[in-house]
Design a protein around this ligand. Sequence first.
Ligand SMILES: [Fe+2]
Length: 228
Amino acid sequence: MFAYDFHTHILPEMDDGSPDVATSVEMIRRLREQGVERIVLTSHYYSENESVEEYLARRAAAYERLMAAPEAAEFPPLLLGAEVRLARGMADCAELKKLCVEGTRLLLLEFPYLKHADWMMQEVENMTYQLGVVPMLAHVDRFLAWGLVDKKQLDRIIGFEDAIIQINNEAVTDRLTKKFVKRLLKEDFLFVLGSDTHNLQDRAPNFHLMEDFLRKYDYEQPDLLDEG
Ligand SMILES: [Fe+2]
């Protein structure tokens, strides 16, 4: 039913996501059970903490540990990516292109958890054209739920047509964000879904939420990974 999970913290010991391989294996098993066919691995990248090269080396090691699990033979396709925290000046860092979802120009970008400000979308626009990437704006619903964006800012974010909106599945469990998802559907915005799963407890794989909600709509995930 769901072609992709575009946002996950499944790679073991990379960030505040999966703490070990056994947890990662179970997260993948549950996503599969929920009808997800392909999974993008998007561990956090914070440019103030490490270089892109250092991150890529850590990521490769975590991926290797995961793929050494006996269950790996049963995994659906896993694609390497990153969740990049937006920072000023990023449009000048060509290295960031290496953090795009494997084989694509899609870059999952997360706004800082601050009151939304004009520089943020300005930087996103600069990155789009200077780096030649397609930003996927991570869980736009969360910034709405947390009161960090106002209506005008939200319109600017979703109105930037060269980016793609990513929505977390839990958006349909809250009145305000559910209304926002309905608007995206009604007005035909391009958006993709993610579990943003971090663990097996409070942030477990949760595509069942979207399945129940989307039954009433004819939503089809855009086939972004095949187009590249
Ligand atoms: Fe995330």
